[in-house]
Design a protein around this ligand. Structure first.
Ligand code: XMP
Length: 512
């Protein structure tokens, strides 16, 4: 079944992806496209509506991103947000000026009465989120002003005849209290969306498509135990069962018991053809004596590929390689924010070494939280579905000295205690990533009547939306205190625990 589509045209705003997520949360399927997408291409997609995002530029800057004016004449409803609103004004013949006073943050919005369909049910005097210097100073012909603030007389305008709508504020940001209602109005009343895009249907549809596409061929998947590769593997498994072989390379640098958990889920819960390669010794041998983090990464990445290649050759020629690529990895904005793309993908080099015809990426169109919802639909345990991100090189980049089996065991214990206490305090879902680091600092301590000279464990807990910037979490002192005393008492070789209170930037999330 084809779903109605909303296209979000990305002009480089920091909330572009958030708009797409909000639309999908309202059960309407939505894709982000570069602002350069030609109107004919858009028309061919038969979108129910188009949303123009914000962006950091001024429409009068000749270099600023602009779409073709023909977009406004497609007959498809258009909603411009912030820069997108100014662009509608500019393209339709209105005026945009630099405001005497910009607006940043929470602002009270006055809605003109009687409200049209976009503002239906939105009371005047509510808070919206603004972030702009420029503003629309004169509406284009055919447009009426529908909302204003103290410093922005044209905070919203519309031409219902041409189905063009513009709002200076950001409805996609949580601080705009009526934001979801307004987006819902745009989707339902203006674009005529019925809101039938649901994860269950999507999962079933994808499984059916995979079945048809794969036919009787063999499929291979590199499973890391992370959310994305597990959900991708389970989805493919539901489609073709034993034609799929999952290869799990255990490099020995996983968290405590993690390798066994991954195996248990794949073998017992899903009855997959699952190959666990216990390559711990091979990895450790090559990592012996290495302290430089980049060299560790290189060794781990290359060894991973070699081990995987060796295993995959045992299967012979395969039709498809499954990868857990997700939507944020594939969105091409065309506004030069490619710096966002991580360079960490340690299975990136796999396509070169495995003999296969095609890659399949069943999660290619899903955001991370949607991958989790899909995982739950597929019956994957919530503990796994909510697992926090874990770097490919694992504990290898959290041990600041050369890696040895003893240091791995020590860090696994300390990290497990930290995770247990975070779970006991009910903080798991509030923190994006948290872990222990075995530092290279030794210090003097006293335990009983003895002087010790032992290792220091650092704890790190951050919140972040995109892992490009992050804040440290102000963990409650009682939680920190319990973790500290448990680690020092229960993990031999550790006599000091410190908490990392650095933001990113200037710090990074990992220590190495
Ligand atoms: P940093 O330390 O750069 O980390 O602030 C940002 C996010 O990326 C993860 N990370 C990695 N993931 N291979 C990976 O697969 C790596 O080499 C790697 N290094 C960092 C990190 O855990 C955080 O989520």
């Amino acid at each position: 079944m084809e779903h109605q589509l909303i296209v979000v045209l990305d002009f480089g705003g920091q909330y572009s992806h958030l708009i797409a997520r909000r639309v999908r949360d309202l059960n309407v399927y939505c894709e982000v496209k570069p602002y350069t997408t030609p109107p004919e291409t858009l028309r061919a997609l038969h979108p129910a509506g188009i949303i123009l995002t914000g962006g950091p530029n001024s429409v009068y800057d000749p270099q600023s991103p602009k779409c073709d004016k023909a977009l406004l004449a497609l007959g498809v409803p258009v909603l411009g947000i912030c820069y997108g609103a100014q662009l509608i004004a500019f393209l339709a013949g209105g005026t945009v000026s630099s405001a005497a006073k910009g607006e940043y943050g929470r602002v009270t919005l006055g809605v003109q009465a009687p409200a049209g369909p976009l503002f239906a049910g939105v009371a005047s005097g509510q808070t919206c989120w603004m972030s702009h210097t420029d503003c629309i100073s004169q509406t284009p012909q055919g447009f009426a002003v529908t909302a204003q603030t103290d410093n922005c007389p044209i905070a919203a305008m519309e031409d219902p005849r041409r189905k063009l709508y513009a709002v200076q504020f950001h409805p996609e940001v949580q601080h705009t209290v009526f934001g979801n209602a307004l987006l819902g109005n745009f989707l339902q009343s203006i674009c005529g969306c019925v809101g039938d895009w649901q994860m269950r249907g999507y999962v079933e549809q994808t499984i059916a498509q995979l079945k048809e596409k794969i036919g009787g061929r063999k499929v291979i998947c590199a499973l890391s135990g992370g959310v994305d590769s597990t959900v991708a593997a389970v989805m493919v498994h539901k489609a073709i069962g034993k034609q799929l072989t999952c290869i799990f390379v255990d490099h020995g640098l996983l968290r405590k018991n993690e390798g066994d958990q991954v195996e248990e889920i794949c073998r017992k819960t899903f009855d997959m053809t699952f190959v666990r390669v216990n390559a711990q010794k091979e990895f450790l041998g090559l990592l012996a004596g290495v302290t430089d983090p980049e060299q560790k990464r290189k060794i781990i990445g290359e060894t991973f590929i070699r081990v995987f290649e060796r295993e995959s050759q045992k299967i012979g020629k395969v039709g498809f390689l499954v990868q857990g690529t997700i939507y944020p990895d594939v969105i091409e904005s065309g506004v030069g924010n490619s710096a966002m793309i991580k360079s960490h993908h340690n299975v990136g080099a796999l396509p070169d070494v495995v003999d296969f015809d095609e890659i399949i990426e069943p999660l290619r169109m899903l955001f991370k939280d949607e991958v989790r919802r899909a995982g739950l639909e597929l019956g994957i345990a919530p503990e796994l579905v909510w697992r926090q991100p874990f770097p490919g090189p694992g504990l290898g980049v959290r041990i600041l000295e050369p890696i040895t089996p003893e240091r791995i065991a020590l860090l696994q214990e300390a990290d497990a205690i930290f995770r247990e206490e975070i779970a006991a305090a009910g903080l798991e879902r509030e923190i994006s990533q948290y872990f222990a680091v075995l530092t290279n600092c030794r210090s003097v301590g006293v335990m009983g009547d003895f002087r010790t000279y032992d290792a220091t464990i650092a704890l790190r807990a951050v919140t972040t939306s995109d892992f490009m910037t992050a804040e440290f979490v102000p963990l409650p002192y009682d939680v920190l205190s319990k973790v500290s005393s448990r680690i020092v008492n229960e993990v031999p070789g550790v006599n000091r625990v410190v908490y990392d209170i650095t933001a990113k930037p200037p710090g990074t999330i990992e220590w190495e």
